[in-house]
Design a protein around this ligand. Structure first.
Ligand SMILES: O=P(O)(O)O[C@@H]1C[C@H](O)[C@@H](CO)O1
Ligand SMILES: Nc1nc2[nH]cnc2c(=O)[nH]1
Length: 287
């Protein structure tokens, strides 16, 4: 008998999505997860219907500043979307099942395309704060050691036991993101690269950042990969964006520091640009 890993049954997730569908008139095919400091996007939706996480049965709650903790339905660029205005992280003490629960709920709401956003530290030395990285691929460090969100009994109703991840970030959506960036004059700030997911909550040591750089990582953060794995497992198309909020500190210079307020400030500075990038992307998504 295998050890028991916390999980939600298909029926649990169906009950949550039914709860939402009964109370909301929107039927979104596009889901958006807002990263640290990027939740303002949800406030721009038209015809909003918002559900604080506390009001949704069995939902975790947000505990990190910059994550408001609401599921917001509405209309963006003429299309129905649902936004997570705040996500859940493993470092908050949540199991992988809780971190990724909203993705499966979105699946049963009818979401087919997922845009995942985050704030991340720049590892690539060419990146500067304010750059926006289209995620081309990820390295899931906790997953490499066995803490994969799909660990535990597989639910075939969601997807296969051994899902492929070589094409996790949809190439057509990445091209649409580049096109959207051009439409809103952001091309000069766009990068495309590899995101590394580390458990956090401590930021990286100098040695860890040098290691990440050596293995080809461009940006580092504490989220996204688990959500993307679960979204791909259940057949969603995925694209991802990292707002580079700070440069990774690669030198032994104690005068250099990073803290979460810097990460949130970077989100404030780029809020309008990210909103216009995402609304242009949504225009380009085929439903
Ligand atoms: O939710 P995201 O990944 O955008 O948040 C990043 C990673 C940590 O949660 C936090 C660190 O400042 O920002
Ligand atoms: N792990 C990690 N997450 C971040 N989120 C925003 N900046 C950073 C960073 O430098 N490191």
């Amino acid at each position: 008998m295998a050890d028991v890993v916390e999980s939600y049954s298909y029926e649990d997730i169906e009950a949550i999505s039914k709860f939402l569908l009964e109370r909301c008139r929107h039927r979104p095919k596009i889901g958006i997860i807002c990263g640290s400091g990027l939740g303002g996007l949800a406030d721009t939706l038209q015809e909003q219907e918002a559900f604080p996480y506390e009001s949704i049965p069995k939902f975790p709650v947000s505990t990190v500043s910059g994550h408001k903790g609401r599921l917001v339905f509405g209309v963006l660029s003429g299309k129905a979307v649902v936004c997570m205005q705040g996500r859940f992280h493993m470092y908050e003490g949540y199991s992988m099942a809780k971190v990724t629960l909203p993705v499966r709920v979105m699946k049963l709401l009818g979401v087919e395309t997922m845009l995942v956003t985050n704030a991340a530290g720049g590892v690539n030395q060419d990146y500067v704060p304010g750059d926006i990285m289209i995620i081309k691929d990820h390295i899931n460090f906790p997953g490499l050691c066995g803490n994969n969100p799909l660990r535990g009994p597989n639910n075939e109703k969601f997807g296969p036991r051994f899902p492929a991840m070589n094409d996790a970030y949809n190439a057509k959506l990445r091209a649409s993101l580049r096109a959207a960036a051009k439409l809103c004059g952001l091309s000069d700030h766009m990068k495309e690269g590899v995101y590394a997911y580390l458990g956090g909550p401590a930021y990286e040591t100098v040695a860890e950042l040098r290691f990440l750089k050596a293995i080809g990582v461009d940006a580092v953060g504490m989220s996204t990969a688990p959500e993307v794995i679960v979204a791909r497992h259940c057949g969603m198309k995925v694209c991802g964006l990292s707002l580079i909020s700070n440069k990774g500190i690669m030198e032994y210079d104690p005068s250099l520091v990073i803290d979460h307020s810097e990460v949130l400030e970077a989100g404030r500075v780029r809020a309008a640009d990210i909103q216009s990038l995402v609304s242009n992307l949504v225009k380009l998504i085929d439903e």
